[in-house]
Ligand binder design. Structure first.
Ligand code: HEM
Length: 120
């Protein structure tokens, strides 16, 4: 009987120690991954304030891009792309206004200029 008591006590303390050293006792909220801080969310009115060649934002496919520094690199006549500064330009980007899509390289370039999520 005495041996059973000792074994049960030892098992109890071992279990308790194991439980305490794991993180099972933490509230679930602390275990959940922290939300990744998305930069910001901008509405069209905010995008529209950046409508010049020197300060050019566009909303494309649900994201906002600051293309100010890219514009001089763009291979078309400047006015072709500047016309889209401050605007929702998904369709213009998708078709180049000629019914032809941009290349995968253009898509990669675009990604580098993302500054926020677009809230229509
Ligand atoms: C949203 C308005 C835009 C319009 C109307 C537009 C239009 C055009 C046009 C007319 C061309 C040259 C002719 C051709 O290749 O067919 C072109 C080429 C190109 N554009 Fe745009 N573009 C726009 C935005 C952008 C943006 C935001 C980027 C990247 C940040 C970009 C990257 C390129 C590149 C890399 C090329 C060379 C061809 C290619 O790789 O597809 N464009 N674009």
């Amino acid at each position: 009987m005495r041996q059973l008591f000792i074994a049960a006590t030892a098992a109890f303390w071992l279990l308790l120690l194991g439980f305490a050293s794991s993180d099972r006792w933490l509230p679930a909220v602390l275990e959940a991954p922290l939300p990744v801080a998305d930069s910001q969310v901008h509405a069209l009115s905010e995008v529209a304030r950046h409508h010049t060649a020197d300060d050019c934002w566009m909303a494309i496919n649900g994201q906002v891009y600051d293309l100010s520094s890219y514009l001089p690199e763009h291979p078309s006549e400047p006015e072709v792309i500047v016309a889209w500064c401050g605007r929702e330009a998904s369709e213009a980007y998708r078709s180049k206004m000629k019914g032809r899509a941009h290349s995968a390289r253009a898509d990669r370039l675009l990604a580098a200029y993302r500054i926020a999520t677009f809230k229509p």
